[in-house]
Design a protein around this ligand. Structure first.
Ligand SMILES: [Mn+2]
Length: 296
């Protein structure tokens, strides 16, 4: 049965997730209270889930149906929608911890990027050796922004206080953030978009990560020509196959213990970005399955 207020990821129905083995739990978090430019990421989870019901569930690259590993869709975390960021982060952390307690892989659908702080907080308690791979146009390393340490522009700074961080696709940061990377936290590894597009560094990324990895995907890592539906689009981003190549490489070489897809800010009348986001989440579930199988 579908859960209240939302369609199930992939249009999947009729599975009893209490008794059957299920690998993934999709948690939709419709939150955009700290958005600085365009609001609208609140509508991201519904748009992604709706688009996902129209996808083919067969993966032509992996030659299998990734959903067979089990994908449950949780109710929208509506209770977080109107909360101030610190309270919202606590709710997201508690919801993620519930997923982890069931032994499932959290797949969190945003919503704006600030939700990731709560997800990583929960994962870190279970996986002390966790590292985070951030795909993003922005460094997000500000200490505070608009008087808040939980603003979406600060998400990577908060993550870097919890665990090792590798950034990919960055092409927008402030002088202070560049200075922070250079002098205060040189252990943060940042691969700029131009380096990835030139084909440099693609294979190095997994080597920089610890054995257990959480992947946070800000959709603005993509070029706006393929992903215009984000709150803060930046030119010169990655293409579809570049991102997939990176995700597959990391999923095979490291244990991906969860991921999120954030900052989908739907454009009325243009469903292509919603489909991209849905397919991206499903592709990564397939890669995670492949990695788990290879490791058995
Ligand atoms: Mn971003």
């Amino acid at each position: 049965m579908g859960v209240v207020g939302v369609v199930n990821f992939g249009g999947l129905e009729g599975k009893d997730y209490e008794t059957e083995e299920t690998r993934f739990s999709v948690l939709p978090v419709p939150y955009d209270l700290t958005a600085t430019y365009l609001r609208g990421a609140r509508g991201g989870p519904r748009a992604l889930l709706e688009a996902s019901t129209h996808m083919e569930l067969y993966d032509e690259e992996l030659h299998c149906e990734p959903w067979r590993a089990g994908i449950e869709t949780l109710a929208l975390l509506e209770e977080a929608t109107t909360l101030e960021p610190p309270e919202m982060v606590k709710r997201v952390q508690a919801a993620t911890a519930r997923i982890l307690k069931q032994g499932r892989v959290p797949v969190v659908i945003g919503g704006e990027h600030s939700i990731t702080i709560g997800i990583v907080g929960a994962l870190k308690e279970l996986h002390p050796e966790l590292s985070v791979l951030q795909l993003d146009a922005h460094a997000d390393l500000r200490d505070t922004y608009q008087q808040s340490p939980f603003n979406h522009a600060c998400v990577a700074r908060r993550i870097s206080e919890l665990c090792p961080l590798v950034q990919v696709g960055v092409r927008s940061l402030s002088a202070e953030e560049a200075e922070f990377l250079k002098n205060e936290k040189p252990e943060i590894k940042t691969y700029y978009a131009a380096d990835i597009i030139k084909g440099q560094a693609m294979d190095e990324v997994a080597d920089e990560l610890q054995e257990e990895v959480f992947i946070t995907i800000d959709l603005d890592v993509f070029d706006p020509s393929v992903m215009p539906a984000t709150g803060t689009p930046e030119p010169g981003g990655l293409g579809w196959y570049e991102v997939l190549g990176l995700l597959r490489s990391v999923s095979l070489r490291r244990k991906v213990v969860g991921f999120d897809v954030v900052e989908l800010c739907p454009i009325p009348g243009n469903v292509a970005p919603d489909f991209l986001a849905a397919r991206l989440a499903y592709k990564l579930m397939g890669y995670i399955n492949e990695g788990f199988e290879a490791r058995k």
